[in-house]
Each structure stands twice: as C-alpha cells, then as structure tokens.
Design a protein around this ligand. Structure first.
Ligand SMILES: *Cc1c(COP(=O)(O)O)cnc(C)c1O
Length: 319
C-alpha cells in the first residue's frame, strides 16, 4: 500500500533500513565530487556528482514520489530547472504561456529563449479558447502556472490536457505556489512539473533549489542527458537542507493556508483595499476549478489598494 503523503515526505516510495551506512536515519551529506570504482568496469552506481550523488538521489526520489513522477532532477535553483526545461526546445519552436507568470520565467523566455529562436505567446490560460487560438503549427508546449503569480488566476489543467492532446503539445506546469502537498499536476495530464524548491519545499529561507519532474521515461531520459551535460545539479549540502525542509512540508502548508485565509478575510474588510486575490475565497473566479484539481488553496495572496491622492511632500522630503 502506498504511504500517506506525510510519510512520503520522509521516505519517498519505500523505507529501507539498509539505505544508509551505520543505519543513519537522516541522509548523510556525500560531499564528494568523484566516487572510486570497486574494479575495472564496475561501479557503485555513482561516478561523478555532476551526474548523480546519493544525497541528491534521495531528495529526487522523494520529490518524484510526492509528484507521482517517474523521475526528478534537483537543480541549483528554480530558474536552473526552467532553463533546463527550455533546452528541450529548438529554433522555430513556439510555446503558449500563462500571461501572468513568475517574473524570472518571463525574463528567461523573452531574453535567452527568444535570442535562441524560440517564441512565446502570453495569454490568459484561464480562458481555454484564448489558449486554443494562440496555438500555431510551430507550437510545441503549454506552460502554465496555476494559481498564477501575482493575480492568482486558476487554469483548468484537464482542459489544458485536452488542448495539448488535440495539438500534440507538452503540458508543463510550474507547481511552486501550491507545492505537491496541495496539487499534483501529473495526475491531471501534465508531462513536466517544475518547482522552485526555494519556496515552500525548502521552507526555511536558507537554500535555493529547483526541480524538474518528468511523467514519462522518454522525457526523463532527455532531461537526465541535458542535466549531466549542463551541470545544473543541486549541491550535496543543499540537497540535505531540502530533505530536512521537506520533512515538515505538510504542517507548514496547513498553517500557512490558515493564516492566509485569515489575512484575506481581514484585508477584505479594510476600506482602503479595493480587491483581494486569494483562491480560498469562495467568490474567487477560479475557486471551483481549483477545488476540482487541488487539495487546498495555498497561502499566496495579493491585493489592490485604493488609489490615494499623492501626499503633498514625498517621503524623501519629509525625512
Ligand atoms: C521563485 C519562483 C521561481 C524561480 O525559482 P528560484 O528558486 O528563485 O530560482 C519559479 N517559479 C515560481 C512560481 C517562483 O515563485
């Protein structure tokens, strides 16, 4: 029987008593670049840390288990995972993206992505017809954030899968905001899932990390090849910090969600706040769709303030 989510945060798919030398419960930090071989043509399974490392492999196995992926690569930052994902595309390829994406993703697409001959359309992916209209002969993928950053738009993943099937596209979802605790895009047809581990997964503001999870072995093989070739792997010590952070993911996500709802409700009552964007408010336009594809609303929210008359003096003059 599959473990509960909280248990998979600790062990992934299986708890093996022989996993670490001396019965260590916490993953040892294998701070080594190279591994010696028992003999000619023999290997311990590890050769060189750019390719793979036992501390990092344990982390990757746990993320794969949490996301229902066949394989995950742990990268030095969320942006490194997105950059690796971009390497799957070639000159002439076109990608349809959510219009409301993480700023760093927009930057990498519009600078490096476009300089290398890929093109991007930014559309409201909550509107499936707008997505379908943006697809061209050159389109190779849909790139989604749900909820989106910063206006918390919800995109229907099942509908995106249907569009992807009709047009032979990859469906890529950046799942940073809800984390695998609340949402598993692969279960709704995503081919690839991206995380900035720096945020909820790490949870302690002390480590940058990113993950690229593949739902199929053919994609996983391509990504592994790009990964060992480009050297974007997460360091052993940082892998350890991620493993440590993930142990408390479930309790943190629950508490943060509770807090976010209280803040959203409070903001709503303030005269100077014009609009509150939080998916956990039942009148949020994406509330129902989110409920059908996620187990929670997360803790990200944003709001619009009332436009105020400019003060007579700027703060610079008054200090
Ligand atoms: C922070 C973030 C990223 C980038 O991750 P880094 O770890 O900062 O490189 C990508 N996507 C989303 C949604 C993010 O919030």
């Amino acid at each position: 029987m599959a473990y509960q989510f909280e248990t998979r945060c600790l062990y992934g798919e299986e708890r093996r008593s022989d996993l670490h030398p001396y019965g260590a419960i916490a993953a040892p930090i294998y701070q080594t670049a190279t591994f010696s071989h028992p003999g000619i043509g023999e290997s311990t399974g590890y050769n060189y840390t750019r390719e793979s490392n036992p501390t990092r492999a344990e982390l990757e196995q746990i993320i794969s288990s949490m996301e229902g992926a066949v394989d995950t690569v742990a990268c030095s930052a969320g942006m490194a995972a997105i950059s690796l994902c971009l390497e799957l595309f070639h000159t002439g390829d076109h990608i349809v993206c959510s219009e409301d994406l993480y700023g760093g993703s927009v930057r990498i697409f519009q600078t490096i992505g476009e300089q290398r001959g890929r093109s991007f359309s930014f559309v409201n992916t909550a509107d499936e017809e707008a997505v379908e209209r943006a697809v061209t002969e050159q389109t190779k993928a849909l790139y989604i954030e749900t909820p989106s950053n910063p206006t918390m738009q919800i995109t229907d993943l099942r509908k995106m899968r249907q569009i992807a099937d009709r047009n032979h596209l990859l469906l890529i979802v950046d799942n940073t905001f809800l984390s695998p605790y609340f949402q598993n895009p692969i279960a709704f047809g995503a081919d690839l899932v991206i995380h900035s581990g720096t945020k909820f997964l790490g949870g302690h503001n002390d480590t940058l990390a990113g993950f690229l999870c593949a739902s199929r072995t053919d994609l996983a093989e391509k990504i592994r090849y790009l990964y060992k070739t480009t050297g974007s792997g997460l360091a052993p010590f940082d892998s350890f910090l991620m493993l440590r952070g993930i142990k408390t993911l479930a309790v943190r996500m629950e508490r943060q969600q509770e807090n976010a709802l209280a803040i959203a409700q409070w903001l709503r009552q303030q005269e100077t706040i014009r609009k509150v964007f939080y998916v956990g408010l039942p009148d949020h336009p994406g509330y129902e769709v989110n409920r059908r594809q996620a187990r929670g609303f997360g803790s990200m929210l944003s709001f619009q303030t009332e436009r105020r008359k400019r003060p007579e003096k700027s703060w610079r003059e008054s200090v």
